[in-house]
Design a binder for this molecule. Sequence first.
Ligand SMILES: [Zn+2]
Length: 345
Amino acid sequence: MPSAFGNTMPYQADPQLEQFVRELPKTETHLHIEGACPYELLKRFDPIKHAKPPVFWNDYFRYQSFNQFMDLYVEYCSVFFTGAQQFHEAAKIVLANCSSQGCRYVETSFHLGTLLFIEDDGPTIIDAIRSAAPKNLELRIFAGMCHNDYVDAGKDLIEECITWNGLDGIDLHGPEDLPLEPWIAHVWDRARKNGKFTKAHAGEFMGSNFVDKILDELKVNRIEHGVRSIENPKTVQRLVDENIALDVCPISNVKLAVDGIESMSTHPIRKLFDAGVTVTINSDDPFFFGNRLSEEYYALHQELDFSYVELGHLASNGFKVALIDDSKRRSHINELQEYMIQYSK
Ligand SMILES: [Zn+2]
């Protein structure tokens, strides 16, 4: 079945699986708005460059390195986001697409550093994204920043963003192998004191030691990816004992050729799930992986033997970690449990 991005992925569902996943109440808690940029907007923006679908939509395409991925990110998507209007237009399509796939709750991030190059300020961008959400979708907005962003005007921007009312949280992203500079722990701590939720990318391109380092220094309780925690049983046990959740993006990990993940069938999410780690399922940068959230569920069912009941469990993890009050959480989880009754026998 063609994805929203016009290509065909290897993960196609039979009608029963397609319906089960579509109607399954679910969440998306790891989604970069720039990396989700709809192709139709890019084609309108630069019809010549985007005349043909990008090569990285090929099912067999693998990124050679994270640097190659980031270069393409700038070349294809960052150039499009020149103001609040572009964020609004992209968010409108992206969030409607999430809703059409059964998402009730979405966390999306934008790259904070973009604000250094555009006229509109942070609160304006946040409003532009928030006002694009369909009524039936609960949205949380995060600012993402890299390990080495705390310089010059970037430093002021980081200090400022943790005071913005409309911002729900901050996320550490970009290359993991850059030094974990001391400012990060200070800012993460102050952000939490200001009521912001904090998370960080780790355990994607660096191993389990880096996951431990992030937990020790940044004191987050949610990690983006974190899949290489599997390299050390002690780290896995720590995730369980300390109730740390991983926002996992399986197709992204395969296409970025994360160490130890040659194919979906070798993805560690099965072992992490079986060990009792709270894992959620997400699509990361769908423009760059040619994926849809639904396909992530198909892939887990088809290549890692996740049963319908287990897929329901993964979806409920999304509501478990969602930044919503407990009565809303209960109501989403009740809805999901009601839905699962027909598949639990
Ligand atoms: Zn990410």
